[in-house]
Design a protein around this ligand. Sequence first.
Ligand code: AMP
Length: 294
Amino acid sequence: MQIINAGAEMNLIADQWRRAGHAVGLVPTMGCLHAGHLSLVKLARAAADKIILSVFVNPTQFGPNEDFKQYPRNFERDAALCRDAGVDAVFHPAPPESMYAADHSVWVREDRMSRGLCGASRPGHFTGVLTVVAKLFNITRADVAVFGQKDAQQARLIRRMARDLHCAARIMIAPIVREPDGLAMSSRNAYLAPAERRDALCLMRALQLARRLYREGERDAGRICRSMVEQIQQTPSARIDYAEIVDEATLEPVETMERPILIALAVRIGQTRLIDNLLLPDDRLCNLPPAAQP
Ligand code: AMP
């Protein structure tokens, strides 16, 4: 496995692979890898011959009061996990400034699907994400790129960018990987104190409640949202950032749940902002466990 710091070198190696007839797969990450990230590698492996995993804590997707500085970093451990997972190259841009010229002035901005959900509570976040992913696409010219359903809005925005900017990469979306108790895996779970770790299950439980109500025939999005909010509010440390039901394809809010929809939650547990989501009626990508019997 190669570890590559320079974009130009990464570009050259990926080019050699392609000339040799290999399909190149890309898995972009911010490091601090867990089983969720490794499941993306596995999916990429099934679709491509050479796998590049990028590790880059992208400064432009963090707001001024967000956790860019504290974001967990452990490159040695990440590299070892990548080696075990059969990654061919880890792209670890260094120094970090090499990804952004001091006077950089070009951004990729999406104007429709990025307005709601995390886009509303994290202004500029998705411009940072799309810009860095466009850079990674240009550096690697990947044939396939894999993103997680965990970040449902992000994955759909990247699909939209790939379509609208004619990116060569085919975008694949991988199912949410969860801890045994159902908490969606996230590098930010490391911030949670033990009591907060227990409280964090309120997101999953609210989604389970929404799924139960839906399966019982409820189709009124407002009523399901209110039930989720009431349930989350029973956890005193939880502060809801948003709880919304949107059209799965357009991410526009819906009133009735007649088409495929996405239920998306962002909740702060103490200082830690967590997200989770559920697709209905086909919830396979979300791996939400069955609700415990009362
Ligand atoms: P991050 O390092 O958090 O930026 O995530 C890198 C990629 O891994 C993104 O495409 C995420 O959606 C994906 N990812 C993060 N957590 C999970 C998870 N629990 N299950 C599946 N994919 C995930």
